[in-house]
Design a protein around this ligand. Sequence first.
Ligand code: GLU
Length: 479
Amino acid sequence: MDVVTRFAPSPTGYIHIGNVRSAIYPYLLARQAHGKLILRIEDTDRVRYVDGATELIEDTLEWLGLNWDEGPVVGGPNAPYFQSERKEIYHEYARRLIESGRAYADPAPPEQIEQYRKECNEKKIPFLYRNFRPKDTPEWQPGIPLRFKAEPKPYQWHDEVMGDMSTGPEVLDDIILIKKDGYPTYNFAHIVDDAEMGITHVMRGVEYLSSTPNYLALYEALNLPRPKLVSLPHILAPQGNKKLGKRDGAKSVTEYRDDGVLPEAMLNYLACLGWNDGTEQEIYTKDELIEAFSIERIQNSGARYDETKLLWMNGQWLRRIFDEQGAEALYARTQGFWPETAANYDDAYKLKVLSIIYDRLKTLSDLRSMTGYFFAEPTIDLEMLLQNKFLKKLSESELESLLKTSIQKLSALEKWDADSLQAALNELLSETSKKPAELFSLIRIAISFAPFSPALNLTMEVLGKDITLSRLNTVAAAI
Ligand code: GLU
C-alpha cells in the first residue's frame, strides 16, 4: 500500500501551533514511506472563511520546509484541492445516499430543531435528531439541508494512537451532510475527499475522535474502505488541563517567525510535542525526523506547550547553523532583525558582531535589543555603573583612576586584536590588583551600558580602538 496522507486546514486566518503540528506528522510519514502528502483546503464554512488565509497556510508550510505533492499551487490528478470547488463531487455522493435510502432532505426550520433540543435538555435526555426524524420529507433541492439516516448500532475500531475503541448505538445520529447553502459539512466532505484522493492515513486532532462512529457509518453506507485513523493528542496550555488557545499566549506560527524563531527549531520543537523516538535526543534535523518518526511513538495523552523550551531549542539551532554551516549562513538569516542604526554599517561589520554574540541569542530579534551599542553611542547611565554589584564598593575617584590606567594601557597597544587585548587586560589586572569582576565590569559597562555583552576582549576588538578609547574617556570625564 502506498502511503498517502493529507493536511486539511480550514482557511480561517490564524495558524497556531496545533494546526501546524497536524501538518508535520502527515508530512513525516509520507516522506518516510516515499508516499504522498496532499494539501487540501477545507473552505466550505463560508462564515469563517478569511481572505488571504490560504496564502498564509501555504507560506507557513513553505517556511517550515513542508512541501506537498498535490494541492494548491502544485496541482495534481485529484484537483481541485479547494473543497468549495468540489461541490459537484459531494452532490454526486449525496445522491447515492438518497438513492440507497440513507439520506433525506430535512424540511424542519432551525427554530423547530432548537425546540426539540430544548425539550431534551429539560427532560435531561441526550438530544438525538434521529428521534425527531420528519415523517414526510420533500425531494432534495437547493435550500434544504440533507441529512444522513443513521442506523444506530455499536462500533469497534482501532485508532493507531488511541488504541482499540468501541461505542454504543447512542452516539450515532442523523448528521447534516449538505447544508442549506449547498456546501457540504466537514463531516461529509472529508469522507468523500479522503476516499477520492486515496488517503491511507487520516491524521488529525483527537477532537474528531468522538465523531468517528458517524464517520464509520458513512464509510459503510457509501461502501468506502476505512483509512487508518490516527488521532493526534491535544496540545495543552502551559498550565492546567485546557487545550492551548490564543489566550495562553501561543502566538501564530508567523509571529514566531517574525520574532526570529528559525523554521528548523519550530519544526523540531513541534515534531517532538507529542512524539519521541524513545531516546534522549532533542535536536533533530528534518531528515532525522523523517527517519526516526513512527506512529507507534505518538503519545496518546496531551502534550504540554512550553515556549521556554521552544526558545531554548531555537538557541541551539542558531548555534548549530553558525558552527556547521558557517557565520555567513547564519548572517543570511538575520536581515530585518538588526537595530535600525545598523543600517549604516556594512555586512562585514555586522558579521563580526554576529560572530561574537550568536551564542547568546535565543531568537534573531534579540539582535535588536542586544547589539545597539555596536552601532550607536550608548546613553551614559552613571547610576547603572555606580550601582553595579561589583563596582558599588569602589569610590568614584577609584573608578576614575582605574579607567585612566586602563586608557593608558590600551592606548599604547599597537595591535588591536582579541589576543593582544586579552593580554593587556590581564596585565591591567595584576597592575591594579583588582578582581576581574571589578575591572572588567567597569570597562564593559563603560563601553556598552548594556546589561551584558560578549567577552570583553572580543567586544573591544569589534568596536575598534578609537571608539573603545573615546567611550572610556567620556565615562572617565563624566565620573
Ligand atoms: N479542516 C479541519 C480542521 O482544520 C481538518 C480536520 C482534518 O484534518 O480532517 O480542523
